[in-house]
Design a protein around this ligand. Structure first.
Ligand code: 13P
Ligand code: SF4
Length: 307
């Protein structure tokens, strides 16, 4: 603890010195989430915050695609990530060249891309979505383009889960989140048997049988809001392990039970490397200018949609 408190103190002093803001995803460990995050939230919330931040420097306490999204929305700011290896299995599942081939195969259909993608994929995209707004974005794109099918890439499970909630046809890709694909229907059945009163909340990157068996599905922010508003006696969060650790203090009456999986990419971010990042101004995340212009259209379109 003294070492941790010292690091938090150093980081908060460096933030002032550098005119920096730390955008921390809900999967950060509690020392980062509560100790140094200026804004904490889901992918959509972090993107919105990056767009409106007045700071000179953005430190992305999250993964690389999130830092790229911040750069796309704030090209004049310095965007830093504490570890360049903080990637994402979904972002690695598809390239800009793949998207160009998909567009050739399905001409005239809008391309909706999950924000968990690289900047070159976003640059080939008509509009981005997150797990918080995917159905709304798909329906908007179908209306705008006057079509009854859209391309929704790269998460196979998010695509199937959206398809279950809309009449719009979905053309999907085969990407998967290594954290959420590992949950099974047996995990839910075991929890139901052991804790019959527990509420089960799942992330839309999970396989569809998980969502069908859950009481609620939503983004990390939506899950947090649900727990804080409803305060179930027992809750199972079918998602990354830090979620429960981060909310616990706000809802002491809620008992968090059940399985969780760790994201090895998110866990590369630590208080130590955030301190080093602000001290040494490393590692800067850059995106080529022409790519920024194209990708910004797709991200901004999403942000501009009414809530
Ligand atoms: P959200 O926070 O947008 O729900 O996304 C979860 C995730 O896995 C991001 O990497
Ligand atoms: Fe990517 Fe899944 Fe980790 Fe999120 S939790 S960063 S989607 S691998």
């Amino acid at each position: 603890w003294p070492a941790q408190a010292q690091l938090i103190h150093e980081i908060n002093a460096l933030k002032k010195e550098r005119d920096a803001v730390i955008l921390a995803h809900n999967y950060m460990t509690p020392d980062i989430f509560h100790g140094v995050g200026d804004y904490v939230g889901d992918s959509l919330g972090l993107a919105k915050e990056a767009a409106k931040s007045k700071a000179k420097v953005i430190v992305q306490a999250g993964v690389h695609f999130m830092a790229e999204t911040s750069k796309i929305l704030s090209p004049d700011k310095t965007v830093l990530i504490p570890d360049l290896k903080a990637g994402c299995s979904l972002a690695e599942a598809i390239t800009g060249a793949d998207v160009r081939l998909i567009k050739q195969k399905y001409p005239g259909l809008p391309v909706v891309t999950y924000v968990n993608t690289t900047a070159d994929v976003k640059a080939e995209t008509d509009i981005c979505c997150t797990s918080a707004n995917a159905v709304q974005v798909v329906e908007w794109a179908a209306r705008e383009w006057g079509v009854d099918r859209v391309i929704l890439i790269p998460d196979e499970f998010l695509a199937r889960n959206v398809a279950a909630q809309t009449n719009i046809g979905i053309i999907a890709w085969k990407g998967r989140c290594i954290v959420h694909e590992r949950f099974t229907a047996d995990d839910i059945a075991d929890m139901r048997e052991a804790y019959p009163g527990a509420e089960i909340l799942a992330h839309p990157e999970c396989p569809e049988e998980i969502l069908a068996a859950a009481d609620f599905a939503g983004s990390t922010a939506a899950m947090t809001d649900y727990v804080v508003a409803k305060k179930p006696k027992q809750v199972v969060l079918i998602t990354e392990c830090s979620m429960a650790s981060n909310i616990k203090g706000d809802v002491p009456e809620v008992n968090f039970i059940g399985p969780c999986n760790m994201c090895p990419y998110m866990k590369r971010i630590t208080l130590e490397n955030i301190r080093d990042c602000l001290r040494d101004m490393t590692f800067e995340v850059t995106v080529p200018e022409d790519m920024i212009v194209k990708a910004a259209l797709a991200v901004q379109r999403m942000i501009d949609l009414p809530p």
